[in-house]
Design a binder for this molecule. Structure first.
Ligand code: GLN
Length: 543
């Protein structure tokens, strides 16, 4: 008889008390502790908003849009999942209310429910369950962690909670576990942490038919044993299942903190699972040790548009951190607002940095400031990494000076420019909808031997994630090359410049793709590594 594939286990994470307490990082770190025991793990994020995906949302509101291999535009929590667990997820791992409603309404218009009244229960909840269950099929995961965005009690997330309640009944308690992540506020006057909001939040969850199996109690101060006991008693969970989680100065400490508190062992016992092997944390520990060592500081400036909200550049920041660890330097990252540079502000910061990153972006605000930063980096031999829009602006700056047309631009910012060195992708010309229509996801890129890019990757061809509508205009390729720009990464059909670099500069390299999405804490991205290595050198030699 063929061996029956063991049924998928589901671990649901809900949030209580307040949002932004690091539920995504907690889910990712728990996922990692399970992966360390030989399990194939996936995580899915359920976002209660009605947008179909975050692709059209302002990074000011939700932080960066994270892109997956298959081109799904997702919440930045997917970035935590991929980085912590070192996995590649797919579009099924990101679900929004918008997608669920669009699907159900589409079916209704098609006549699939003819005669029926479409309701939240069961039609919406059934669709949610279908979307949760398909994750294990498309990823092959044996354990699927499901993180519900927002906090319990939000009107919007109720269908998700109800679907989870039903799934727990359908699949049985031995196949499902619930973790409630809460917050213990600190009262300064009495110098104590309070558990009451956690108790209320668990009561609210219970009222919706879900009793959590585990409580992760987040706090900014140490959570002592008496508090753990109190939470266990009032919230009806076992003492070992109350996991105190004090805010860590470094998020990469969290998997080991959770390992020590026995989260994985408890969950495995609850779900009837046996570890395939002992967890081996030596590589992760070595990464943390390297982080803790005292090292020379390298100051890097990130010249961006959304600098008030650092989450808007989450993956870029993390990729820089990963590269700094492996290059043995301490990253001092300065966020510099591009618009400030236009108003003669922020230049003292820029003068101090050993490297400049110009990240991706859309829209005209701050473009001239970014161009000024790139111009400064080019003329002062400061290592500079341009990501997507950053690469496009490197080309614009270079063309303005070396091809002698001050009006050189991207048609995104000046549709009537006399020198459109960056232009819309031909396949994008007739697209009018903004959602999900860019050139998205993984595409191959051939590397030109002998270039900085080829050396950094030490490969002939790579695949990287994209999210753009504009590209380098091939009409200007020869002229730019003649002036010293090197196109070191090209699409296999030779139609699209994927990487541009400068010959006569220590490190000036721009990518049309987003390398930051593939960087991992123990496997930094080669281009970020090369950039930091170059900044480390120049930092020392700079006056
Ligand atoms: N706005 C540019 C484009 O659409 C760059 C996009 C980006 O940086 N992700 O091509």
């Amino acid at each position: 008889m063929p061996e029956k594939k063991p049924a998928t286990r589901y671990i649901y994470l809900t949030g209580g008390v307040v949002s932004s307490v690091g539920k995504g990082v907690t889910a990712a770190a728990i996922g990692r502790t399970l992966k360390q025991r030989g399990f194939n793990v996936a995580i899915q994020k359920l976002d209660p908003y009605i947008n179909v995906d975050p692709g059209t949302m302002s990074p000011f509101q939700h932080g960066e849009v994270y892109v997956l291999d298959d081109g799904a535009e997702t919440d930045l929590d997917l970035g935590h999942y991929e980085r912590f667990i070192d996995i590649r997820l797919n579009q099924d791992c990101s679900m929004t209310s918008g997608q669920v409603y669009a699907e159900v309404i589409g079916r209704e218009r098609h006549g699939d429910y003819l005669g029926g009244t479409i309701q939240v229960v069961p039609h919406i909840t059934n669709e949610i369950k279908r979307r949760i269950e398909r994750v294990s099929k498309s990823t092959g995961a044996e354990i699927v962690l499901v993180e519900v965005g927002g906090t319990v009690g939000d009107i919007e997330s109720q269908p998700f909670i109800e679907a989870i309640r039903q799934m727990r009944g359908d699949l049985g308690r031995d196949h499902t576990a619930g973790i409630h992540v809460t917050w213990l506020p600190y009262i300064g006057a009495t110098r104590e942490l309070k558990t009451k909001p956690t108790q209320h939040s668990v009561r609210e969850l219970r009222a919706m038919g879900i009793t959590p199996d585990m409580i992760v109690a987040r706090a900014d101060h140490p959570v002592d044993a008496a508090l753990v006991e109190k939470i266990a008693l009032f919230c009806d969970v076992e003492k070992q299942a109350v996991i105190p989680m004090e805010t860590a100065s470094n998020v990469y400490e969290i998997p080991l903190l959770l390992e020590k508190s026995g989260v994985a062992e408890y969950l495995m016992k609850r779900l009837g699972l046996k570890a395939r092997h002992k967890p081996n944390w030596s590589e992760w520990q070595a990464m943390l040790d390297a982080m803790h060592r005292k090292k020379p500081v390298v100051k890097v400036g990130l010249v961006g548009k959304y600098t008030e909200l650092e989450d808007a550049y989450m993956s870029v920041r993390e990729a820089l951190r990963h590269a700094a660890i492996s290059e043995g330097v301490e990253l001092d990252l300065k966020f510099i607002a591009a618009v400030d540079l236009e108003k003669d502000k922020g230049w003292s910061d820029l003068h101090e940095v050993a490297g400049i990153v110009v990240p991706g972006g859309f829209g005209t605000r701050g473009i001239e400031g970014k161009l000024q930063a790139i111009h400064f980096a080019r003329h002062h031999n400061i290592p500079c990494l341009g990501l997507c829009l950053g690469m496009q602006l490197m080309v614009v700056d270079f063309a303005r000076e070396l091809l002698g047309d001050e009006k050189a631009n991207s048609t995104e910012f000046d549709p009537g420019t006399t020198m459109p060195v960056i232009d819309i992708l031909p396949e994008q010309k007739d697209i009018h909808d903004l959602g999900g229509t860019m050139r998205l996801g993984l595409y191959p890129c051939r590397l030109v031997p002998g270039t900085q890019a080829a050396k950094a990757y030490s490969a002939k061809q790579v695949e990287e994630r994209h999210r753009h509508r504009f590209e380098l205009n091939n009409d200007y390729r020869a002229a730019l090359e003649a002036k010293g720009m090197v196109f070191s990464g090209i699409s296999p059909n030779n139609q699209l410049v994927e990487i541009a670099e400068l010959k006569s500069h220590p490190f000036m390299l721009g990518t049309q793709f987003h390398p930051e999405f593939l960087s991992r804490p123990t496997r930094p991205h080669p281009l970020f590594k090369a950039f930091i290595a170059s900044a480390k050198k120049s930092g020392k030699s700079r006056k």
